[in-house]
Write a protein that binds this ligand. Structure first.
Ligand code: CA
Length: 228
């Protein structure tokens, strides 16, 4: 009996140890499962919404709602959107910390679109804070009539950047516009245009939902408030 006891005791200890290990294993598996499910839902959100990493974004970076404008400096509707809708959006949602706003370039109007996009990227590279002043002014520079005439030129983007992003180095700006690095940024935007099947400018996506009418401010407000 004594011998048996001696043998049984270590067995009991081993059993307890095994039980603890199994419990710990189950807890670990549960934790991994929870992490997996969380990651999956985050990725699903990203799948419906453009990746805004390294894209010009204004507003509180922790805002729960993200609005992306796909725009083109050469496009008259984008000028109108930036004059009519953007100021309301800024006052109601961006300045109040509810919304972050991102701009992505679309090249639907040839070389002038491409130059405007490259100039924007080049300003953003040197001075992300002043980028928005340049961006706003380039839309202001678009002629109200005869917008199809040539107006986005190397001289024009240099002039606007000198005045609205005065801290940037102009030599670097000029080199950047025709650099591979900036071309890659413009291409990154063009790839998002394809991925999200952008057919018109401006196109507006709010937390993964593409708006049918980008000028319908009531719908924009409703969608943002729904996501808050
Ligand atoms: Ca970009």
């Amino acid at each position: 009996m004594k011998k048996q006891n001696k043998i049984n005791k270590p067995n009991k200890k081993a059993n307890t140890k095994a039980l603890v290990l199994i419990t710990a294993g189950i807890a670990l598996l549960a934790a991994v499962f929870v992490l997996f499910v969380n990651n999956k839902s985050e990725n699903q959100e990203l799948a419906n919404h453009p990746n805004i990493e390294n894209q010009p974004t204004m507003g509180d970076e922790n805002a729960s709602v993200s609005l992306v404008e796909f725009g083109d400096y050469k496009c008259p509707s984008c000028k109108a959107w930036n004059e009519m809708i953007y100021p309301r959006l800024k006052a109601d949602f961006i300045d109040t910390g509810k919304l972050k706003f991102t701009y992505i370039n679309v090249l639907f109007h040839g070389e002038e679109s491409a130059l405007g996009a490259a100039a924007g990227e080049a300003v953003y590279k040197q001075d992300p804070d002043e980028y928005w002043k340049f961006h706003k002014q380039l839309f202001n520079e678009q002629p109200k009539e005869l917008h199809d005439d040539l107006w986005i030129t190397p001289d024009k983007v240099a002039e606007v950047s000198k005045e609205y992003a005065p801290k940037i180095n102009q030599d670097m700006f000029k080199n950047d516009i025709s650099s591979k690095e900036i071309a890659q940024e413009v291409e990154k935007d063009a790839n998002l245009v394809k991925e999200f099947e952008v057919k018109q400018t401006p196109s507006i996506i709010i937390n993964g939902t593409m708006l049918e009418d980008p000028f319908n401010y009531e719908e924009i407000s409703r969608l943002i408030n729904e996501q808050l």
